[in-house]
Design a protein around this ligand. Structure first.
Ligand SMILES: [Cu+2]
Length: 94
């Protein structure tokens, strides 16, 4: 529970000037295989288990996951691998 509160706090920080977050990157992943309302939770926890991931916002409706991560600790490949290993292949969107 505490962890999700922390996530929300970071989410609010998302809209602050990006210069303050120079080591952080935000990526939107298009996520496959999300067929029910429980799927986003699995996707979210798979991404949050990757060291360096700060914030995960999964949209079931849009079939996307918006991930904020520290690019000195992890990378895009690790993120897509995490969701793929959980059964939800993903790829950067846009
Ligand atoms: Cu599901």
């Amino acid at each position: 529970m505490r962890k999700s509160l922390v996530s929300i706090t970071f989410m609010l920080g998302l809209f602050a000037p990006t210069a303050a977050f120079s080591a952080e990157k935000t990526v939107t992943l298009a996520v496959q295989n999300m067929f029910c309302a429980a799927c986003p939770f699995t996707v979210k926890s798979s991404l949050q288990s990757v060291p360096g991931v700060k914030t995960v916002l999964v949209s079931f409706e849009n079939k996307t996951a918006i991930v904020v991560f520290d690019d000195t600790k992890t990378n895009l490949q690790a993120l897509t691998k995490a969701t793929t290993d959980a059964g939800y292949p993903s790829a950067p969107k846009g």
